[in-house]
Design a protein around this ligand. Structure first.
Ligand code: NAP
Length: 254
């Protein structure tokens, strides 16, 4: 067994009160990693993640911050470093979707919020990680994982091309940042989840959307948050120590 591969990583996950981020926090904590659980508004849900981790004798802390506000991102990272004694990895996961409609029907407020949370929020968090994670080459590399979407390559016509476009930006950010930060011993990767059964589906206005669209998925079913989170934790672990600039589809073949 390669012990370096499973060595504890001090991990911050944005948007970890629910869905994929929550699942990643539980998996990380179960393997002994200290975890900072960021959330925006659902304090009870974040506290429940921390309680579930404590019940497994794990270490975690819930940290409120809206990643779309740059003034809240630096304090979030300060608090995570203070609580965990430093940071080795960040999963930039927080993201939003909005009700299904055509671009022609979308109002300014929706487009502004979509770009603010999914693009600017990810840029603010990735920037803060880039400032704090550099380390000497004789240490295991630090890791940033960005959360894209299969929509970045499918475009989501008639549903949410705005969301898809924000995720295209995440793919490009992953490619550029991996090259920019390699010399600082930071790996940067992304995951493109497909249709995953989380609360986000309800935010599209069609709560059972992932199941309704199962016929479009080669594996014939939606994915679970846990299935995406397992790939995410592998990518930030030292088991993936030579993987950087990769965008991994976790989408049942879609
Ligand atoms: P989810 O179940 O809706 O959970 C979203 C999480 O993000 C919550 O913890 C929420 O916190 C947090 N969040 C939202 N806006 C935030 C903000 N401005 N600042 C900080 N935290 C914020 O979502 P999910 O399905 O797990 O999705 C996670 C990521 O995967 C997203 O980037 C999404 O685009 C991507 N993804 C999901 C799917 C899918 O089918 N589910 C597919 C492709 C990609 P609160 O509860 O406090 O609001």
């Amino acid at each position: 067994m390669d012990h370096a591969a499973t060595a504890p990583r001090r991990l911050l996950i944005t948007g970890a009160s629910r869905g994929i981020g929550r699942a990643a926090a539980l998996i990380a904590a179960a393997q002994g990693w200290p975890v900072a659980v960021n959330y925006r508004q659902d304090r009870a849900a974040a506290d429940a993640v921390v309680a579930a981790i404590a019940a497994q004798s794990g270490q975690s802390v819930a940290l409120q911050a809206d990643v779309s506000d740059p003034a809240q991102v630096e304090p979030l990272f300060d608090a995570a470093e203070a609580a965990l004694g430093g940071l080795d990895a960040v999963i930039v996961n927080a993201g939003i979707v909005a009700p299904v409609m055509k671009l022609a029907q979308m109002d300014d407020a929706r487009l502004d919020r979509m770009v603010r949370v999914n693009v600017l929020g990810s840029l603010y968090c990735a920037r803060e990680a880039a400032r704090r994670l550099p380390r000497p080459k004789d240490q295991p590399p630090a890791a940033i994982l960005l959360m894209s979407s299969a929509s970045a390559r499918l475009g989501s016509p008639g549903e949410f091309v705005d969301y898809a476009a924000t995720k295209g930006a995440i793919d490009t950010l992953t490619l550029g940042l991996a090259r920019e930060l390699g010399s600082e011993n930071i790996r940067v990767n992304a995951i493109r989840p497909g249709l995953i059964d989380t609360d986000m589906q309800a935010d599209s206005g069609i709560p059972d959307r992932a199941f309704r669209m199962a016929g479009n998925i080669p594996m014939g079913r939606p994915g679970t948050a846990d299935e995406v989170a397992r790939a995410a934790i592998w990518l930030v672990s030292d088991a993936a120590r030579y993987v950087s600039g990769a965008i991994l589809d976790v989408s049942g073949g879609r």
